[in-house]
Design a protein around this ligand. Structure first.
Ligand SMILES: NC(=O)c1ccc[n+]([C@@H]2O[C@H](COP(=O)([O-])OP(=O)(O)OC[C@H]3O[C@@H](n4cnc5c(N)ncnc54)[C@H](O)[C@@H]3O)[C@@H](O)[C@H]2O)c1
Length: 401
């Protein structure tokens, strides 16, 4: 099949890598640098190997493009563009809107249009379909479906092949064709009764994580006040073989999903006049963690960080990825700077960030470990400053959560 994938980021390129083993894939992205790099066979996404990309390019099964005309004869179009929050923390569908405009104007034949971008229930039916139709020059009866993405960048045990995939079409034909397409590279497809169920399930999955992370972060504060180890307590609770799932405390949540998706659900709840109190409180708790961490560091260091050299170790939002979107490290740095500290950061996976390069590990009086990548030497990190505060729970013999 000729498959066009709109957006070649974490989701779009991951799908492209799997789909291009059997289909002819056009990776459409409006970032020309991205497209040039991809056509040279250079992957910018963890989990997508450059060697695989090169093999697909050589086999004539993958091409990246910025040209909408390259989409004209696609049989399947997958939407994988960002769905962030605007400055009021409300859903920003502008990327979806622009993708729909591109699709509507470009397609010259009937196609199956599948949304993989995360959004609130009703996005496929009430936004994507009308928008594509609005921009279609001639009346083409496209098919529409949703299949929310579950990729966890950097993870190897669960991938496109073995992670169950939800899907639903606006019509039976759309559902059947969606199933046919994903069956070519995914072993376990789960059909639900409507696109709205699939959209809501995706949001609830990430809300479940957001709320439980906030709960364990709040518990970390309680455990510290009680003078007990949060990690020992969680490990003890985790010996219960049922009814408990362990989450670990941290500096907060980051990336494009956990800090964002629950607000899409809260937005929809508000539209329907239903309170989403857990989501709102979980947001607050997670966003307060950097301040709490800096207060703990302050208390351990004579009540002042003014003029002190502090190094933040690991600025990616999670281990083994270079993704710094919504990273809590940014808030930790802001809190430290508010206290007058002189802050450097070290992250060999991220490399460069906010216009500066990763500094060498060490050289500061205080280190705050936000993210530990596998390439980091735990013993060197633990010995990198006279005082080390570990938010990951992986270092022994240091202060921390
Ligand atoms: N990152 C994840 O782990 C993950 C997991 C599941 C779902 N999602 C969801 O998938 C969607 C995409 O997320 P992502 O992490 O891949 O984003 P990303 O920022 O990594 O990639 C998006 C890409 O789309 C391109 N783009 C933006 N607007 C475009 C347009 N109009 N036309 C063509 N290209 C355009 C950007 O240049 C970028 O390369 C979001 O809705 C996100 O919530 C992400």
């Amino acid at each position: 099949m000729k498959v066009a994938i709109i957006g070649q980021g974490y989701v779009g390129l991951t799908i492209a890598a799997f789909a291009s083993k059997t289909h002819q894939v056009i990776g459409f992205d409006n970032n020309p640098e991205n497209v040039t790099r991809l056509n040279k066979g250079i992957s910018h996404i963890e989990g997508v190997e450059s060697a695989d990309l090169i093999a697909s390019i050589k086999a004539g099964l993958y091409k990246a493009t910025t040209k909408p005309s390259d989409l004209s004869d696609a049989e399947i179009v997958v939407i994988a563009v960002p769905t962030p929050l605007n400055s009021d923390r409300k859903p920003d569908l502008s990327f979806i809107e622009s993708a729909c405009k591109t699709i509507g104007l470009a397609l010259k034949r009937q196609a199956l249009i599948i949304n993989e971008s995360t959004s609130f229930p009703g996005t496929l039916r009430d936004h994507i379909k009308p928008l594509v139709e609005k921009y279609s020059e001639k009346k083409l009866e496209h098919l529409y479906a949703i299949s929310p993405e579950r990729v966890d960048p950097g993870r190897t045990d669960w991938n496109q092949k073995n992670t169950p995939r939800l899907f639903a079409g606006l019509t039976k034909e759309a559902s059947d064709r969606t199933c046919e397409f994903y069956s070519t590279f995914c072993d376990n497809l789960v059909e639900v009764s409507s696109p709205e169920v699939a959209e809501a399930a995706k949001l609830f999955e990430n809300t479940f994580r957001q709320v439980n992370i906030a709960l364990v972060n709040e518990f970390a504060e309680i455990a510290h006040a009680l003078g007990i180890s949060v990690h020992e307590t969680l490990n003890a609770a985790n010996t219960k073989p049922y009814g408990f799932m362990k989450f670990n405390p941290s500096a907060g949540v980051g990336g494009h999903c956990i800090p964002v998706d629950p607000s899409y659900l809260a937005y929809m709840a508000a539209q329907k006049g239903v309170p989403a109190t857990f989501i709102e409180r979980a947001n607050e708790v997670n966003l307060e963690m950097p301040k709490y961490i800096v207060e703990r560091v302050l208390a351990d260091n004579g009540g002042s960080l003014n003029g002190k050299k502090v190094q933040v170790v690991g600025v990616a939002y999670k281990p083994n990825v270079a993704d710094v979107r919504e990273t809590p490290a940014e808030l930790v740095i802001a809190e430290l700077e508010k206290q007058g500290a002189y802050v450097t950061w070290h992250d060999p996976v991220v490399g460069s960030w906010r216009g500066s390069d990763s500094s060498n590990l060490g050289g500061a009086e205080i280190a705050i470990v936000v993210t530990l990548h596998d390439v980091m030497d735990i013993a060197l990190v633990a010995a990198s400053a006279a005082y080390v505060f570990d938010t990951t729970g992986k270092l022994s013999g240091t202060k921390g959560l």
